[in-house]
Ligand binder design. Structure first.
Ligand code: 6PG
Length: 234
């Protein structure tokens, strides 16, 4: 898989949220006074993490005012829709901590606008691409990550960092980071829990298959897959 990821296996979803929250706290602490740019993902596994971060002791200990949160993908729904990644992250975390956060607003269809925000807020690093400090991702049972679904156009994008991606298998469009945005990051943490993720996780870690998640190979950054035992079992 082009530079194997580091894998961390935790007992269950609660232990996974705890371990990732502790590691996140360490990343923020180690950044000193620097601002941090962090991209959030949707999904059930991160929701548990966000709720954990919004509670003691992390809510008090993390320097939230130094963090800019972005989103790696979003569905074409209003912010208050139950399927909105923004809405989920807001209710679970952003309403409870004083961090800055930038909504994708996929319902506007303005992917270029979100790319501009990213460039302005994060700046341009290697090759003119903003370098995020941390990108959180999930994995779908079909091997998708962010809204990079199998067979879709966004998988081929090499220039744009954010785009609207037609997802025919779901009869919809989503706004998503592309590989260039994700793979420029300093850290990419992929979270997966539950037995329904086991087949795709096992195939990916064996280097088999042609899943979109396998295109996530940071060019210089670290790649960690955080799993619970149900997702990691052979
Ligand atoms: C989304 C995502 C998506 C998600 C995976 C895993 O909005 O759908 O960002 O890529 O991370 O589908 O989701 P679960 O953790 O719910 O299985």
């Amino acid at each position: 898989m082009g530079g194997r990821p580091k894998t961390v296996v935790c007992r269950d979803p609660g232990a996974l949220a705890e371990a990732v929250a502790e590691a996140f706290e360490a990343v923020v602490r180690d950044a000193g006074n620097d601002r941090l740019a962090v991209a959030l993902s949707g999904g059930s596994t991160p929701k548990r993490l966000y709720e954990r971060l919004a509670a003691a002791p992390f809510r008090e200990r993390i320097a939230w005012k130094r963090i800019d949160f972005f989103f790696g993908d979003e569905r074409v729904v209003p912010a208050d829709h139950p399927d909105s990644n923004w809405g989920m992250a807001k209710r679970a975390l952003l309403d409870h901590v004083p961090a800055a956060a930038y909504r994708m607003g996929a319902d506007s269809g303005d992917a270029d606008g979100y790319e501009r925000i990213l460039r302005q807020r994060v700046g341009e690093g290697r090759g003119g691409i903003p370098v995020l400090d941390l990108v959180f991702l999930g994995i779908g049972a079909d091997g998708h990550t962010a809204s990079l679904f199998p067979g879709t156009d966004a998988l081929k994008e090499r220039r744009r960092l954010v785009m609207m991606n037609a997802v025919p298998q779901l009869a919809t469009r989503r706004m998503t980071f592309t590989y260039p945005a994700i793979n420029a990051a300093r850290r990419v943490w992929v979270l997966a829990s539950g037995a329904d993720k086991r087949p795709v996780v096992a195939r990916c870690l064996a280097g088999a298959g042609d899943f979109p998640i396998l295109g996530v190979v940071p060019s210089e950054g670290e790649l960690v897959w955080w799993l619970d035992e149900a997702a990691a079992a052979p």
